[in-house]
Ligand binder design. Structure first.
Ligand SMILES: Cc1cc2nc3c(=O)[nH]c(=O)nc-3n(C[C@H](O)[C@H](O)[C@H](O)COP(=O)(O)O)c2cc1C
Length: 198
């Protein structure tokens, strides 16, 4: 790449690609007391100890009401095989449709949550309990403490850690879906290469 940079339209979502995820949730009272899925691009790690993550949701979403009631949600990673469902759950509202049934997905209990259920077909799910809700512009940030992580054994590496190459994670940026790329090295590889060169 060469040449002078040009200015683009100001955007916070340009920080993507982070993985786009399918967040499953369920409220406590009618009409919110049914399993639902919302597609979420605005998610990130906030802290390692305690393990905190966030999802940002607009207050007009049906899932917003559901999560406010139960104070629980499940972040389900989406691989290539879930791209269609990821898109569909991001254009339909659970107020009007049963997204689990329409996408032929299975709600499954996840450890340490009493209301929200995971997506059985997702290779990796994180159960989260909401510990804080912070207003951020037109969204609300649901800070979640991760209380369970459940994975399909087939996507684990030899150290029982998720091998993201096996999942082929999806990302969403500027209205387009991508798969996240190749494994480029392990933590500290730059330092080891430098030491070897000295
Ligand atoms: C890939 C993708 C990512 C999205 N990310 C977000 C997000 O981070 N926050 C949000 O409030 N809505 C997001 N949306 C929109 C919601 O998923 C969409 O409005 C959905 O229909 C809401 O469903 P619900 O009414 O059942 O909650 C996204 C949509 C797509 C397709």
């Amino acid at each position: 790449m060469s040449g002078k940079k040009v200015s683009l339209k100001i955007s916070s979502t340009i920080l993507s690609p982070a993985p786009a995820v399918m967040v499953s949730c369920r409220g406590l009272e009618a009409p919110c007391d049914k399993d639902n899925i919302i597609s979420i691009a605005m998610t990130s790690t906030l802290s390692t100890i305690p393990p905190l993550v966030h999802i940002s949701i607009k207050d007009v979403r049906f899932s917003y009401l559901q999560i406010k009631q139960s104070m629980e949600y499940v972040i389900n990673f989406a691989g290539e095989n879930l791209c269609y469902a990821l898109d569909w759950c991001g254009i339909k509202s659970g107020k009007n449709v049963d997204k689990f049934a329409e996408c032929q997905l299975t709600p499954e209990p996840i450890a340490n949550l009493s209301t929200a259920r995971a997506i059985g077909e997702s290779p990796l799910s994180m159960g989260c309990r909401v510990i804080d809700i912070v207003k951020a512009g037109s969204y609300e940030v649901f800070v979640g403490e991760v209380v369970s992580v459940e994975a399909d054994p087939e996507i684990l590496d030899g150290s029982r850690k998720p091998d993201f190459h096996k999942i082929a994670l999806l990302s969403y940026t500027n209205g387009k879906y991508y798969t996240l790329g190749r494994h480029m090295g392990d933590l500290g590889f730059s330092g080891r290469a430098q030491a070897a060169a000295v």
